[in-house]
Design a protein around this ligand. Structure first.
Ligand SMILES: NC(=O)c1ccc[n+]([C@@H]2O[C@H](COP(=O)([O-])OP(=O)(O)OC[C@H]3O[C@@H](n4cnc5c(N)ncnc54)[C@H](O)[C@@H]3O)[C@@H](O)[C@H]2O)c1
Ligand SMILES: O=P(O)(O)OC[C@H](O)CO
Length: 427
């Protein structure tokens, strides 16, 4: 903690420095030279090495604080930390447990990797809770994490009536493109008051709908309670109980808090939000951006390209989401920037892996036929461009991905076209 607060690069700007002084730094655009040391960066672990820009005698080196100043500085840090701990404890002392106590049964729709991981997660919250997975083949859900034993209170069935009967919450983890037909097939067994927590991230290809539209429409119940759960969360890491943070979004604040209580635990933090559109659009579009990031990696375009691409992608997602009524803060939060960083920079992402293989020259059809898991970005790419046109938003990077998915543009040509776009003011 302390090391994080040590200044690392300290430029001591002194009017008496001349060009003959080996430590002079010349900033022609600086309006006024400050007489005090200017700390320009303060983040690094470990012992800072002396800056080559500074005279090396310790009297002038502001990195070497006197014992008194070191003590004062440490005190400030300790007080700040203690304040945080007190605030956290008082918050925790007020935490409610009634939702978990009340919940007797959770149904999980879809027995893929995330459905299975979330079933295990919720089952671990309370041994007396029944967690019923509705799957096409009850043996299949055990294949995703062969090295993990599922909790005893998880069962799998292909009978919708049995799975849904008496459920207090429903976790929906069927891939977006199959959700409508799947839900229409089970609608008669769904209680109209059953809250649906959607884990699926994507847009329906031909209708451009989000899960918050797909679920009530397929169930023919516009009032079906809906919550979107999103954020950076690889199923495997959740299964391994590694610290994770996600967000639940619902128009119904009470419901969002109930789901927060149901799911959060010592290794899973759950924030709440009312911005369903922002959370859903960010979660869907980050999959398309992850394909682009994979292409950049597969083509060996380097780190500068990767950072520029992801920054541009973040802007494109923000432009569309805000036009649709989402909040910019959502896009910089867990479901936006958080999930974008995870899927664009980590090769566990299936969407990114599709991109890497495309960038290395493989054909999309060969990639998809070799995969046994879903990469939602492939279908969402087509939907998002139609949505961008509807809302009159320019999305060069995501449009390029859609063109590559349609086999109408090669990754190489896409890079050339993107690099030749007008260089405009940042917005
Ligand atoms: N895996 C993750 O780390 C992760 C994390 C967060 C969100 N998600 C989202 O969760 C959703 C599900 O992803 P996943 O990783 O579990 O996928 P997966 O590829 O591991 O499994 C998909 C599941 O859907 C089932 N399925 C396929 N077609 C179906 C149909 N027509 N009807 C019913 N079921 C069908 C498959 O049998 C399989 O059980 C996706 O939208 C994904 O974006 C995944
Ligand atoms: O493997 P991906 O690309 O589907 O990403 C999984 C999750 O959405 C990560 O949060």
């Amino acid at each position: 903690m302390e090391a994080l607060l040590e200044p690392v690069f300290v430029f001591k700007l002194n009017p008496s420095f001349t060009s003959k002084n080996p430590y002079t730094v010349h900033f022609p655009n600086l309006p006024k030279i400050p007489s005090k040391p200017l700390v320009v960066a303060t983040c690094c672990a470990g012992t800072p090495s002396p800056s080559p820009l500074l005279p090396q005698d310790s009297d002038q080196n502001p990195l070497q604080l006197s014992p008194d100043r070191t003590r004062d500085r440490r005190k400030v840090v300790r007080i700040a930390w203690e304040k945080l701990v007190r605030w956290s404890r008082s918050w925790r002392s007020k935490a409610k447990t009634d939702v978990l106590e009340r919940t007797k049964k959770v149904v999980v729709l879809g027995g893929g990797s995330f459905g299975t991981a979330m079933a295990a997660h919720v089952a671990n919250r309370k041994a007396q809770m029944e967690v019923s997975m509705l799957v096409r083949d009850p043996a299949v859900c055990r294949k995703y994490f062969p090295e993990h034993k599922l909790p005893e209170n998880v069962t799998a069935t292909s009978d919708a009536k049995t799975a849904l009967l008496g459920a207090d919450y429903c976790l929906h983890a069927v891939p977006v493109q199959f959700s409508t037909s799947f839900l229409e097939g089970i609608a008669e067994h769904v209680d109209p008051g059953l809250p649906f927590i959607s884990l699926s991230k994507g847009l329906e290809l031909n209708t451009l709908r989000m899960m918050s539209q797909i679920i009530p429409q397929a169930l023919k119940n516009p009032r079906q309670p809906f919550i979107a759960l999103s954020g950076p969360s690889f199923a495997l890491e959740l299964m391994n109980k590694l610290p994770t943070a996600m967000v639940v979004a619902s128009k119904d604040k009470k419901l969002a808090h109930a789901v927060q209580q149901l799911l959060s635990c010592s290794h899973l933090r759950i924030s709440t939000s009312r911005d369903v559109t922002g959370v859903e659009i960010a979660g869907a579009l980050k999959n398309v951006l992850a394909i682009a990031a994979g292409i950049v990696e597969g083509m060996n375009l380097g780190n500068n390209s990767m950072a520029a691409l992801v920054a541009q992608g973040c802007s494109e997602i923000r432009w569309l989401a805000t036009k649709m009524g989402g909040k910019p803060a959502t896009i910089t939060g867990l479901s936006g920037t958080g999930d974008i960083m995870l899927t664009c920079f980590v090769n566990l992402s299936r969407n990114k892996r599709v991109g890497v293989r495309l960038g290395s020259g493989e054909k999309l059809e060969d990639i998809l036929s070799s995969m046994n898991q879903v990469a939602e970005g492939v279908s969402t790419a087509g939907a998002v461009i139609a949505l961008a046109q509807k809302y009159n938003v320019k999305m060069p990077v995501l449009t390029a991905v859609a063109r590559i998915m349609d086999s109408e543009l090669t990754p190489k040509k896409a890079v050339l076209e993107l690099m030749s776009l007008p260089q405009v003011e940042e917005v």
